[in-house]
Design a protein around this ligand. Structure first.
Ligand SMILES: [Zn+2]
Length: 273
């Protein structure tokens, strides 16, 4: 499943190719994604408009159109956005495509159809559609004092706390394990028990791990590919995720695997207290 770094890699890959381009037409399959595609509204607000900017909020890719509308993509589990020469043969599971000026076509392909596409008109944007989401982990608002205050008196394991989108966005299962390893904190620790310096380690580790993952082009565990169809290589840098029973790179103790809130969780029992 694409997490924040993978979505950011796609965004950075698309920006130079799509910014400023006009959408000439679009194509929509009849199959339903997680939500039905709003075909009429997409046609109304996207076709004929120019892509002014491509941004990201959490795991949402946001296309700001020059008419003030916002086109939103969520990749779900298996969603892929790829840029191809227009007119190429369509593939199975292509659900949506934008035909762009300059003979380019942006295709949304999604085998399992957990992804979705949404469009907001300028009027609907008077309210922030993402108001219920916590801060971005790469921005300053994500700080030790913010986390300390949000975690106070909470018994929830720190790993689950970090994966809660209302606390901080975009930290999924792989990166939660990796960040806590880098911070030297056991995933089962109760959030309310961590002190300011431990939260500071988590903030620093969070930024470092996510930035490195972005620099590596993301993590390819199942079938993540960037906008040009290439996988990332951060999976070669994972310290604990998926390494149960294998020696910790720091202390050689076998990496442990437990299940927390239904999700596989990896840690070094010696390095993470
Ligand atoms: Zn270790």
């Amino acid at each position: 499943m694409p997490e924040l770094p993978e979505v950011e890699v796609i965004r950075r890959g698309l920006v130079p190719h799509l910014t400023g381009r006009t959408v000439l037409n679009m194509a929509i399959s009849s199959q339903k994604l997680r939500r039905p595609l709003p075909a009429g509204r997409l046609r109304e607000w996207v076709v004929g408009a120019r892509i002014a900017a491509i941004e990201r909020r959490a795991k949402y890719l946001l296309f700001r159109m020059d008419n003030g509308a916002l086109l939103v993509f969520h990749l779900g589990m298996t969603g892929k956005l790829t840029l191809v020469q227009s007119g190429g043969p369509s593939r199975k599971h292509d659900h949506f495509s934008l035909l762009l000026a300059g003979d380019r076509e942006l295709r949304f392909n999604d085998t399992r159809r957990f992804g979705f596409i949404e469009i907001y008109s300028p009027d609907e944007l008077h309210q922030d559609p993402f108001a219920n989401l916590g801060p971005e982990p790469l921005q300053e608002e994500f700080s030790a004092s913010y986390l300390f205050h949000r975690a106070r008196k909470r018994k929830q394991p720190v790993k689950c706390f970090l994966m809660d989108n209302r606390i901080v966005v975009g930290i999924g299962n792989i990166y939660a394990s990796e960040i806590l390893f880098a911070a030297g904190i056991k995933p089962t620790t109760q959030s309310g028990e961590l002190d300011g310096s431990q939260w500071q380690r988590i903030v620093i580790a969070g930024r470092a791990v996510l930035e490195k993952a972005i620099a590596c082009g993301g993590t390819t565990i199942a079938d993540f590919v960037n906008e040009s169809g290439h996988g990332g290589n951060f999976q070669n840098h994972l310290q604990v995720y998926g390494r149960a029973g294998r020696p910790c790179f720091v202390c050689q103790t076998p990496v442990s695997r437990i299940v927390l809130a239904g999700r596989a969780t990896y840690f070094c029992p010696r390095c993470q207290k």
